[in-house]
Design a protein around this ligand. Structure first.
Ligand code: SF4
Length: 268
């Protein structure tokens, strides 16, 4: 039997943002010529690799703020930065963030233990397999499971946003499937400020989310991408595929109208 296709939270959120963007990213090979490296991805990946090592019980090499800074320098990714100077400014910020994170971790003290870091999970959902890589899964002393997601670009966290976060709710489905008898919390950590928010999603809301994800996933897999036309919206102005979509005349006119109404000084 052929293997079922897999969908990740990033594939699903790309589709929800714009089905044409999904097509250029995952379906039509012409899209890859237009993809650009993003400095914020490099920044996030560099920070994540340090926090993974810090929380990995099998890796004793990153246990202090100094070791975290050294690990960041060693694994620093420069792709997507406009210049070496810009990358250096970001590295200086990254050093502060990882050092503060480690100090804050010891100041707060442990409330359990880390079960997994960068854990890849999968769950069959109808026509597809939902997959996800989770930054960290902890077990609190009372047996409660806590899914922890680091956000390197964010300064604030908000419970309502967290309850509606597609990626986190996918992680909830994956972890509950692996540990069905446990209470499972969702926690988001904004690395820029060390602010964190924890919520316990309502099981009925998660059941509805699962039905929605099955419906969206089925649509993603069965969409006729060949005849899909781009529609102009604000996010197009920052999209890697703008030039590709602009080959459609109507779209080009509509998106230029959006660019003209952008406030003074905004990037087009
Ligand atoms: S330019 Fe707009 S329509 Fe085209 S892929 Fe990007 S977001 Fe979608």
């Amino acid at each position: 039997m052929p293997r079922k296709p897999s969908l990740s939270p990033s594939k699903i959120t790309t589709y929800l943002a714009c089905p044409v963007k999904y097509k250029w990213t995952y379906v039509d090979p012409r899209g890859k010529w237009f993809l650009r490296s993003k400095s914020y991805y490099s920044f996030g990946a560099s920070l994540h690799s340090v926090l993974q090592r810090f929380h990995d019980e099998g890796d004793r090499g990153v246990q202090t703020a100094e070791q975290a800074v050294a690990a960041l320098e060693e694994n620093w990714i420069t792709a997507g930065f406009a210049s070496p100077e810009e990358a250096e400014v970001a590295l200086a910020e990254g050093r502060d963030l990882v050092a503060t994170y480690v100090e804050e971790h010891y100041r707060r003290g442990p409330i359990g233990r880390t079960l997994y870091v960068e854990k890849q999970l999968r769950k069959e959902l109808g026509q597809f397999v939902l997959i996800g890589r989770i930054d960290r899964i902890d077990e609190r002393d009372d047996g409660t499971i806590e899914i922890i997601d680091y956000k390197s670009g964010r300064s604030e966290t908000d419970s309502e946003d967290l309850l509606n976060d597609v990626a986190m709710n996918c992680y909830q489905l994956l972890v509950r499937s692996m540990l069905p008898d446990r209470k499972v919390l969702s926690t988001i950590v904004a690395l820029r400020t060390q602010s964190r928010t924890t919520v316990e999603p309502d099981p009925a809301a998660l059941e509805q989310f699962e039905r929605d994800i099955v419906a969206v996933g089925t649509e993603i897999l069965n969409r006729d991408y060949e005849s899909l036309l781009p529609t102009a919206k604000d996010i197009c102005l920052e999209c890697d595929f703008l030039q590709l979509c602009k080959r459609h005349e109507d779209f080009a006119e509509e998106v230029e109208a959006i660019a003209r109404r952008e406030p003074e000084g905004a990037d087009a």
